[in-house]
Design a protein. Structure first.
Length: 428
């Protein structure tokens, strides 16, 4: 009987956590096993304390500094930095920021490699006592947080096996939460050192792969994310809008105002509304507050139904009950390679997608390849897309504006895992 090789996956996020970051490692666990691998996933215990019901998972202490602080200071669900400073956690300090927020932002950058630094010791302590991990032929770390790559590198070194580093987001090259001028040199040296320890490197996009290759002087292979059938199929049947209903536009997830072109979307909605469009915008996740503020600026705040953060199943139901999905594409040159995880969730719904941003960006190209149409880069194009989908709905032809299933097949989670199977197999 052929012995199945073992891969130890180091990931801070894993299902059933309701986070997009949990999907890629969870798909790897599922499909690599189908491709002949034994899989051992090393991840932290869930914040709720509920154990994961998965025999492949080795749970360790969470080790996140922010969560420890929440146990001793009053706080709500917003990021602690935002509560203490009154400014967003995203991006670099602005001139208008209070002085204390600039100081705290600079100080936070010196928590190396990140807030999950204590987790590194927890990973090594538990993994090296686990028989299945000790017998692994390869270690795969997927991040953020970058602590995963540090833990993965140290674990692979102790086991004397190859390391594969997978970038879901950049670290020192991150354009949403970039390092400051003081901590950047330290993080860059750390990252280059870890990259040199890897036998192979991967990234979720061609843009990220190119940037990381130039930064670290190593070849990096692009392996995009993929969808799951359950992301587009609610547990209970959901009726889509009828021809007589208003157009329902759903947004499920996060909005980054510094990278997403809200102004173009809102101007397009205003233009389409002035031409008679009947519209409802439904939101869940953390993006609702930005939609609410933006719609209020154009006098259309009554269009929004925002239910905040919800379980994944409820987000799937919201998408299924919509006429179309709203997707923001990164709008800045420094965001090259950023592919919203929701793009793949939306592809598998088969429904129309209203994408706002650069049609020639990498996610814009994926949309065209999947038959989802072209992204709208200005208000007129947004209005035109909304009105076209509304006409199709009124005529009972909404499916004609949707994503063909056969075109979306190449972007499945199974296809993603098959690409990793090839990378891992070459290291045996």
């Amino acid at each position: 009987m052929k012995i199945r090789p073992t891969v130890a996956i180091v990931s801070y996020f894993f299902l059933p956590e309701p986070k997009a970051a949990a999907k890629r490692p969870s798909q790897l666990r599922r499909y690599l096993e189908e491709l002949g691998w034994q899989v051992r996933v090393i991840c932290p215990r869930m914040q709720s304390g509920t154990p994961r019901q998965d025999p492949a998972v080795l749970e360790v202490a969470r080790g996140k500094l922010g969560e420890w602080l929440r146990n001793i200071v009053p706080a709500d669900d917003r990021p602690l930095f935002e509560q203490w400073t009154g400014t967003s956690t995203e991006g670099l300090s602005q001139e208008s920021d209070p002085k204390h927020s600039k100081l705290l932002r600079a100080a936070r950058g010196f928590i190396l490699p990140d807030q999950q630094a204590p987790w590194i010791a927890a990973v090594l302590n538990a993994a090296l006592r686990d028989e299945q991990v000790r017998n692994a032929q390869v270690v795969l770390s997927t991040a953020p947080p970058f602590s995963c790559h540090v833990a993965g590198a140290l674990l692979a070194e102790r086991l004397k096996v190859p390391l594969v580093i997978d970038y879901r987001d950049p670290y020192s090259l991150n354009s949403i939460n970039p390092p400051g001028p003081l901590d950047r040199p330290i993080k860059e040296r750390l990252e280059r050192s870890i990259m040199q320890r890897a036998a192979a490197l991967t990234a979720v996009s061609k843009g990220y792969a190119r940037r990381q290759a130039e930064f670290g002087g190593r070849e990096v292979q692009a392996i995009p994310n993929g969808w799951e059938l359950e992301d587009g199929r609610p547990q209970q049947p959901v009726a889509p809008p009828s021809p007589k209903d208003p157009l329902v536009l759903a947004h499920t997830g996060t909005i980054y105002p510094i990278a997403h072109d809200l102004k173009t979307l809102l101007s397009g909605i205003r233009k389409a509304s002035d031409q008679g469009l009947q519209l409802r915008v439904r939101s869940c996740g953390t993006g609702g507050r930005f939609l609410q503020a933006g719609l209020a600026e154009v006098g259309l705040e009554e269009l929004l139904d925002d239910i905040g953060t919800v379980p994944r199943e409820q987000a799937v139901e919201m998408r299924a009950a919509a006429s179309a999905q709203l997707l923001f594409l990164p709008s800045r040159p420094e965001d090259e390679g950023t592919i919203p995880s929701k793009l793949f969730d939306y592809l598998i719904t088969g429904q129309p997608i209203v994408a706002v941003g650069d049609a020639d960006s990498e996610p814009g190209q994926i949309l065209r390849q999947a038959g989802a149409g072209s992204a709208a880069a200005d208000a007129a194009a947004v209005a035109e897309r909304l009105l076209a989908i509304a006409r199709a709905q009124q005529q009972g032809q909404l499916a004609s504006m949707g994503v063909p299933r056969e075109a979306a097949e190449r972007f499945s989670g199974q296809a993603m895992a098959a690409a990793f199977h090839e990378v891992l197999s070459e290291l045996l």
